[in-house]
Design a binder for this molecule. Structure first.
Ligand SMILES: Nc1ncnc2c1ncn2[C@@H]1O[C@H](COP(=O)(O)OP(=O)(O)O)[C@@H](O)[C@H]1O
Ligand SMILES: [Mg+2]
Length: 240
């Protein structure tokens, strides 16, 4: 039976703290059950996108979600991030502020790449100087150190995407949610960025949910789901 909002709190604020597992199993950092989300068609009729989407992500594990364009991947990721509310279902996470890589970078236009990335570290509680150093470190990792003083309008699409990744990593969260992080990158840059993303997550012992069309990104994840007809279908599971 599906658990839903009726058993706890306002559905808009679905993120809840989770207690100790206490049974030796790897705890889940993120769990979602029976997520539902509909939008409205221009004529006012409902447009169901998520119908019964469930996912469980263990601490330190990486999960990829593939699915055709328009299947609801971005909607799902935003709901998992807590920035969009589901119509039904339940989300639990032990991480209040995941690092988010948006499909459309959403850098703040009046700030340089460096300032945008440093701000994420500042919001995560770092001192000003430490935040700038962390920002520099991640900008270097994504190959953008030389562009750190550029405004978003002075960066290419691929550079904006990489700055967005650096910003998500700079919060040093235990959970990263990434929406097509290599979607606008050439093959060589994709490989570099994928390496940075997975290496950072692994070194930090963090968990990752990555939405992607890129088979090379999906191949690196521990588990792969396909989003189809509003449900998450498990495809593969790698041992370890
Ligand atoms: N605010 C909205 N109002 C109406 N329809 C929307 C809205 N946001 C997304 N959609 C529709 O929901 C579907 C899923 O969108 P999205 O989650 O962005 O898909 P994906 O990321 O898999 O390409 C699309 O068909 C899109 O047109
Ligand atoms: Mg999308």
């Amino acid at each position: 039976m599906r658990r839903n909002d009726a058993d706890g709190g306002p559905r808009a604020k679905a993120v809840k703290r989770k207690g100790e597992e206490g049974n030796g199993a790897v705890p889940f950092i993120l769990e979602a059950f029976g997520l539902q989300k509909s939008f409205l068609n221009p004529d006012g009729s409902p447009l169901p996108i998520l119908k019964d989407a469930s996912i469980q992500v263990e601490v330190g594990r990486t999960v990829a979600v593939m699915g055709s364009s328009g299947s609801g991947k971005t909607t799902l990721l935003h709901i998992l991030a807590g920035i969009e509310s589901p119509d039904g279902g339940e989300i639990r996470s032990s991480v209040e502020h995941p690092g988010l890589v948006f499909q459309h970078h959403y850098l703040m236009p009046e700030f340089t790449a460096w300032e945008n990335v440093a701000m994420a570290a500042r919001l995560a509680g770092k001192e000003r100087r430490a935040a700038r150093e962390i920002a520099e470190e991640y900008l270097r990792a994504v190959g953008l150190l030389e562009r750190r003083k550029h405004l978003p309008t002075e960066l290419s699409g691929g550079e904006l995407a990489r700055a967005g990744l650096a910003r998500a990593l700079a919060a040093e969260s235990g959970l990263i949610l990434a929406d097509e992080p290599t979607g606008s990158l050439d093959e060589e840059t994709s490989e570099q960025v994928t390496e940075v993303l997975f290496r950072t997550v692994r070194d930090r012992g963090a968990a990752l949910v990555v939405v992607t069309h890129d088979p090379k990104v999906a191949a690196r994840a521990d588990r792969l789901f396909r989003l189809e007809h509003g449900r998450l279908i498990p495809e593969t599971e790698r041992a370890g």
